[in-house]
Ligand binder design. Structure first.
Ligand code: M6R
Length: 608
C-alpha cells in the first residue's frame, strides 16, 4: 500500500527519495510525490502514475536540499489524482505531511476546520493532518504532531516537515509501520526497510504511539506523552542485492526460483535428524504451554491463509491438537470459546497486515497465547506475538506471494512436528519426516527444471477465460492458492474447489472451454482424484493434472501433466504449488500483464 521514505543528512535529498520510492513500488501505488526543504522554503512535486512520471516532472528542476519526504499513494479516500497525491500541505504551503493509514474521524475534523474557514483542496483524509498540525505549530513541530496525535482516530505512519523548522523531520506512528535508518551521512525514515537498505542496514523500529524527531545529527524518540525512549539499533539481514532482479524479467519469477534456498533457510539449524525433532529457538519462551496445547487457531489473509489451511491438516496429522483456521478479516466477527491454553498462530509475510494484527489483538483480549510466523523482522505482528518463527526468506517484492508460501508451509510443518513428537508421534515417523523435509529443496529444484514445459502448457491454455483448480485434503488449499495466484497476476477468472464438491455444483461449469487443474499426487486421496478427473473428461473438460513422477495412469487420462517428485502426503503441498505458481506466472506473461504489480493490489494491506 502507501509507502514513506524520508532523508535528512549531508547528501542531497531528492535523488535518495526517488531511489527510495522506486524500492517501494512493489507495495502498490497509483501516484507519488516528494517535498524537499532547501533551507529557506519547501519545494514539492507530485505526479499520477509511476515514479518515472514523477521523475519526468522533476526533470530540469534542481530541488536542492538535504531534508525531504517522499510518498507513494494507494488511493483510499479520493481518486488517484495529482491533488490527492501526497505530500499534503497547509494553506500557506509551509507544512508538508505524508501519511500511510486511514484517519477514521477525518470527516468530523474536516467539518470543524471548514467552520473555522479552512479550505480543503483534496478529497483525502490526510489533508486534515496538514491543517491541524500547522495550526498547533508554534515553533515546536514535535509538540504540534503530538497534540494532533491525541485528536485523531485511526491508523497512521506520518512524516512532517515545516518551512520554519528547517533541519527537522518529525515522524509518528499508530498501527502503520515506520523504521528509522542510521547511516554515516544521515538519517532515514521509511515504512519499509527496502527503501533504505541501499544506504544502511542499521535500523530502529518505531512502536505504536511513538514519535521521533530526526535531524542531521541524530534522532530522538518519545512517546505520545512526551516521555523520552532509548532504543538500540538493530541490523537488518537484507542486502541491496535482494531487491534487484538479478537477470530475471520479474520479481515473481525470481522469487519462484529462489524457493530451494528459501526452504533451506526455513530449516537451516532447525532440524535434529537423529531425534526426529525440530529445534525452534523462537518458540521456546512459550514452549512449556505449547507442548501440552490441545487447541490452536490459525489466522491469516490471502496466500498466508491458504498456507495456514495446509497447516491445519498437518497439525491434525502429526499432533493431538484441534486446529481451526480462520480468515483474519472475519476473526473479529466470530464468537470463539477458547478452551484454556489456546494458541493463535498468525501467519504474515509482511507482519503488517491490518486484519491479521486486529485479529491477534482481539485474541489476546480473550486470553489466547500468540505465535507469529513472519518474514519481516521487527514488524508489528512479530512484536505483538508472544513468540514465533521468522521465515528468513529475504524480501518478497512481487505482489503475488510465492516463496513465502512454501516457507510458511515448511515452518508450520516444523512446529507441528515439534509438538507432535512431544505428544504421541513416534520417533520413526519423526525421523522420516525430517529426512523428507531435508529433501524438499532438491525436489523443488527438480520441478523448477520443468519451467519450459510448464510455460508451454501456459501457452496452450492462457486464452481460456475461466479455470477450475481442484484438490483434496492437503491439496485442497493448494487448489485455492493456485486459483488465487492465477487470478491475481493474469486476471483470468479461477475458482479453487475441494474436488469432493464437484458434484455439488461446479461440475455444471465443465465443458471444452473450461480447463481444470487437478492436483492429484499419489497420496491417500489419489483414487478419488482420478475419479474426479474421469468425470471431467467424460464432459470434455480439458485437464492439466499435477501428478507424481511416473504416474502412467493419469498421463493417459489428462490432457497435460506436470510431474512432481514423490513425497510424504503432508509435504506434497510444498511441491504441488510450484507448478501452480509457474502456470500463473507464464499465463500472465503471455497476456502481458503487469506481473509484479497487478492492478488494484498492494503488497502489504495495512488498512482494513
Ligand atoms: O503480508 P501477509 O502475508 O499478511 O499478506 C496477506 C495477503 O495480503 C497476501 O498473501 C496476498 O493475498 C497476496 N497478494 C497473495 O499473493
Amino acid at each position: 500500500m502507501c509507502g514513506i521514505v524520508c532523508y535528512i543528512g549531508e547528501k542531497s535529498a531528492k535523488q535518495i527519495l526517488i531511489e527510495g520510492l522506486k524500492q517501494l513500488e512493489y507495495r502498490g501505488y497509483d501516484s507519488a510525490g516528494i517535498a524537499v526543504h532547501n533551507g529557506d522554503r519547501i519545494e514539492y512535486c507530485k505526479a499520477v502514475g509511476k515514479i518515472t512520471e514523477l521523475e519526468a516532472k522533476l526533470n530540469g528542476r534542481k530541488m536542492e536540499g538535504h531534508t525531504g519526504i517522499g510518498h507513494t499513494r494507494w488511493a483510499t479516500h479520493g481518486e488517484p489524482t495529482e491533488i490527492n497525491a501526497h505530500p499534503h500541505m497547509d494553506q500557506e504551503k509551509k507544512l508538508f505531511v505524508i501519511h500511510n493509514g486511514i484517519i477514521e474521524n477525518y470527516y468530523n475534523l474536516k467539518k470543524k476546520l471548514e467552520k473555522d474557514g479552512v479550505v480543503f483542496v483534496s478529497d483525502t483524509d490526510t489533508e486534515v493532518l496538514a491543517h491541524m498540525i500547522a495550526r498547533y505549530f508554534d515553533g515546536d513541530l514535535n509538540k504540534a504532531v503530538r497534540t494532533v496525535m491525541s485528536e485523531v482516530e485511526g491508523t497512521f505512519g506520518i512524516a512532517v516537515i515545516h518551512q520554519d523548522a528547517p533541519g527537522e523531520i518529525v515522524i509518528a506512528r499508530r498501527g502503520s509501520p515506520l523504521v528509522i535508518g542510521v547511516s554515516d551521512n544521515g538519517y532515514f525514515a521509511a515504512s519499509d526497510v527496502s527503501a533504505m537498505v541501499r544506504y544502511t542496514k542499521k535500523v530502529v523500529h518505531l512502536k505504536d504511539n511513538e514519535l521521533a524527531t530526526l535531524t542531521r545529527d541524530g534522532f530522538a524518540i518519545s512517546t505520545a506523552q512526551a516521555k523520552r525512549v532509548e532504543r538500540d539499533t538493530e541490523t537488518v539481514e537484507w542486502s541491496a542485492g535482494d531487491t534487484d532482479l538479478n537477470g530475471f524479467p520479474h520479481f515473481m519469477l525470481k522469487e519462484i526460483f529462489e524457493q530451494p534456498s528459501t526452504i533451506e533457510n526455513a530449516i537451516r539449524g532447525r532440524l535434529e535428524p537423529g531425534e526426529g525433532v525440530p529445534k525452534l529457538g523462537g518458540i521456546m519462551p512459550v514452549w512449556e504451554k505449547l507442548k501440552s496445547c490441545r487447541h490452536i487457531v490459525i489466522v491469516a489473509c490471502g496466500t498466508s491463509y491458504y498456507a495456514g489451511y495446509v497447516g491445519r491438516y498437518c497439525f491434525e496429522k502429526l499432533t493431538e491438537v484441534d486446529v481451526e483456521i480462520e480468515l483474519a478479516s472475519e476473526f473479529r466477527y466470530r464468537k470463539f470459546n477458547f478452551p484454556p491454553n489456546t494458541f493463535i498462530i498468525a501467519l504474515s509475510q509482511s507482519g503488517e497486515t491490518a486484519d491479521t494484527l486486529a485479529a491477534i489483538k482481539e485474541a489476546r483480549r480473550k486470553g489466547a497465547s500468540l505465535l507469529g510466523i513472519v518474514n519481516v523482522v521487527g514488524s508489528s505482528i512479530a512484536r505483538e506475538t508472544d513468540a514465533g518463527v521468522y521465515n528468513h526468506a529475504g524480501p518478497e517484492i512481487g505482489v503475488a506471494s510465492t516463496k513465502i508460501f512454501t516457507s510458511q508451509l515448511t515452518i508450520l510443518t516444523l512446529i507441528a512436528l515439534l509438538i507432535g513428537r512431544h505428544q504421541t508421534l513416534p520417533l520413526t515417523e519423526g525421523t522420516e519426516a525430517i529426512r523428507e523435509i531435508m529433501a524438499l529443496p532438491d525436489r523443488v529444484q527438480r520441478i523448477l527444471a520443468q519451467a519450459n514445459h510448464i510455460q508451454a502448457v501456459a501457452e496452450k491454455y492462457h486464452k481460456y477465460p475461466n479455470w477450475l483448480f481442484i484438490g483434496r485434503k492437503f491439496n485442497y488449499p493448494i487448489a485455492m492458492e493456485g486459483a488465487l495466484k492465477l487470478k491475481e497476476v493474469s486476471y483470468i477468472h479461477a475458482e479453487g474447489y475441494a474436488a469432493g464438491e464437484m458434484k455439488h455444483g461446479p461440475i455444471a461449469l465443465i465443458n471444452p472451454d473450461m480447463p481444470t487443474v487437478a492436483i492429484a499426487p499419489k497420496d491417500d486421496m489419489y483414487d478419488k482424484m482420478v475419479n474426479n478427473i474421469q468425470e471431467i473428461k467424460s464432459r470434455k473438460g480439458p485437464v492439466i493434472a499435477i501428478i507424481t513422477e511416473g504416474d502412467e495412469r493419469l498421463k493417459k487420462i489428462a490432457d497435460d501433466v506436470i510431474e512432481v517428485p514423490p513425497s510424504l502426503d503432508f509435504l506434497y503441498p510444498v511441491l504441488t504449488v510450484i507448478p501452480c505458481q509457474l502456470l500463473a506466472y507464464y499465463c500472465a506473461d503471455f497476456l502481458k500483464r503487469d506481473i509484479d504489480k497487478p492492478r488494484n493490489l498492494a503488497k502489504s494491506v495495512t488498512v482494513e
